[in-house]
Design a protein around this ligand. Structure first.
Ligand code: G6P
Length: 368
């Protein structure tokens, strides 16, 4: 690997733009295109059909990938998921069934808390599956099976392409689990695979929103606080959006499940608080529209990240609408990673921050 910025100002920009390619490469590693099915690159030392539960643990952005995956495993494979940040898992010492499965997610494969949680799970007699980007890492070496993300080296401290590749691998795993558990048939699997293979193209299309996002970033840069809202898999995406923004721009941001708005964050809303609503036109879009109405009624400035169908259907004044291509809702989180990252990136760049080396943060946290 030649690690340079290419034509980009920052590694983060380069890594955001690389996503259609590296997600495509990762997909090719997990999908049997000829037969429209998932073909995992490694044999599994356990049977998804025999699991009563899946435990997931990770830190930071990898944890949010795991939170998205919880929705996928539960809906596609009807497999109950328990997930926690690794710094809690390791000391909470949850009871874990012998021969159950712990899934750890880590870009670096070296995060101290994630590694400690992995060791704890193994000590409980669990199988371990690691989704890692560095195949030679400690976590990769110590796990019973490794499912690699093929993102290539990630240099920007804030994770971008590793995240979208983690999501890609996790969705492939959820589909494989669904097949093993008999919760999806061959036709459903093919439809899911068809949706997955549209992702790299849709991510490339989403990058076209960049000039609009650059303009919007000037507004966001004025804010002291930013709220991110979403439902379903867009909820963890809201958490990830808020994390990205605070990591590199130092603007205080919070992600909330849109339905929780009335249980607290609504108290914060006025004209000075941009509210970024992540809302592809999915089955619960209308529910999110009611939350947008609550925000609008209090003078909140809505930035909708949605698609044309959704934009046409809400009838509200927004500060901006980022019109994403139409996507199958199942794969929306992977595609929506692009505008979420670009919003944080351009806000931070406009504010003159060092996006590749944000203050106080490390790429890989190998000590507690
Ligand atoms: C650090 C990085 C984050 C990353 C987290 C987990 O905090 O700044 O971008 O998400 O560690 O890292 P890992 O290598 O385990 O994915």
């Amino acid at each position: 690997y030649l690690v340079d910025k290419g034509n980009h100002r920052h590694f983060m920009a380069k890594e955001i733009h690389e996503q259609p390619e590296v997600v495509g490469r990762t997909l090719a590693h997990y999908v049997d295109l000829a037969n429209g099915r998932i073909a995992l690159p490694e044999a599994l030392p356990f049977d998804f059909a025999k699991l009563s539960r899946l435990s997931i643990t990770a830190c930071g952005t990898a944890y949010y990938a795991g939170l998205v995956a919880k929705y996928w495993f539960e809906t596609i494979a009807r497999l109950p998921v328990e997930i926690d940040v690794a710094s809690e898992t390791r000391y909470r010492e949850p009871p874990l069934e012998r021969d159950g499965l712990t899934l750890v997610i880590s870009q670096s494969g070296e995060t101290a808390d994630t590694l400690a949680s992995l060791r704890y799970a193994k000590g409980q007699g669990q199988h371990s599956l690691a989704v890692v980007n560095v195949p030679t890492s400690t976590i990769a070496r110590e796990s019973s099976v490794v499912m690699p993300t093929l993102a290539g080296p990630e240099i920007g401290v804030a994770s971008t392409k590793a995240f979208s590749c983690q999501l890609t691998v996790l969705l492939c795993l959820a589909i494989a689990a669904g097949r093993a558990r008999g919760t999806i048939d061959a036709a459903r699997e093919r439809a899911l695979v068809d949706a997955l293979i549209t992702v790299p193209g849709l991510m490339a299309e989403s990058v076209a929103l960049e000039p609009e996002i650059e303009v919007l970033a000037r507004e966001i840069a004025k804010a002291r606080d930013v709220l991110y809202l979403g439902r379903g898999t867009s909820y963890p995406m809201a958490l990830e959006g808020a994390l990205k923004l605070k990591e590199i721009s130092y603007i205080h941001a919070e992600g909330y499940a849109a339905g929780e708005l009335k249980h607290g964050p609504i108290a914060l809303i006025d004209e000075s608080v941009p509210v970024i609503v992540i809302a592809p036109h999915d089955a619960i879009f209308e529910k999110t529209v009611s939350n947008m109405q609550e925000v609008a009624a209090r003078g909140g400035r809505i930035i909708l990240v949605g698609d044309a169908k959704g934009a046409a259907g809400h009838g509200l004044d927004t500060l901006a609408t980022l019109t994403m291509p139409e996507v199958d809702p199942v794969v929306a989180p992977i595609v929506y990673a692009v505008p979420i990252q670009l919003i944080a990136y351009h806000t931070a760049v406009f504010m003159g921050k060092d996006v590749d080396q944000p203050r106080n943060l490390a790429k890989s946290v190998t000590v507690e």
